[in-house]
Unconditional design. Sequence first.
Length: 180
Amino acid sequence: EIIFVDDGSTDSTPAILAAQSGITVLAQENRGPAAARNLGWRSSSGEIVCFTDSDCIPNRKWVSRLVDGYVDSRVGGVGGGYDIANPENWLSRCIHEEIRERHLGMRRHVDFLGSFDVSYPRKVLEQLGGFDESFRRASGEDNDLAYRAKKVGYTLIFDPDNCVAHFHTEGFWRYMRQQF
């Protein structure tokens, strides 16, 4: 099943997606990514829930590779890395190269996973209460969930070869604000 959560967008994306068969579109007032992710997984029926972002394009084997990472009951989350969706932009290429270098140094068993390319078993999400909705902006809610999963004894698996193509920021000052 494919569930798209509209977190208060102002463009026509929800209408475009609603016209497609096989996609469930849910809407909420802008409450941030943690609340949107929680609405999505709580509305789903799968045993394993895969998450990505609206500025990412998963590869064709994305779901199967995430699911294949659940080799035993101790695995509490499986995630992957970034590819680049806008390589024509110089800043985007620089950002991507920095991320790629960081990911090359990561081990298979990690302490956190990014929600742009991640999956969790429903039972883990239920046990931990999902994403902490006090994180109103992106980048923090995903680390928090991963840290809580590790704290109760789950293993987190990182597969650097299972990437989603990401549209990296193309504006220098916007990028600097994001990093700050």
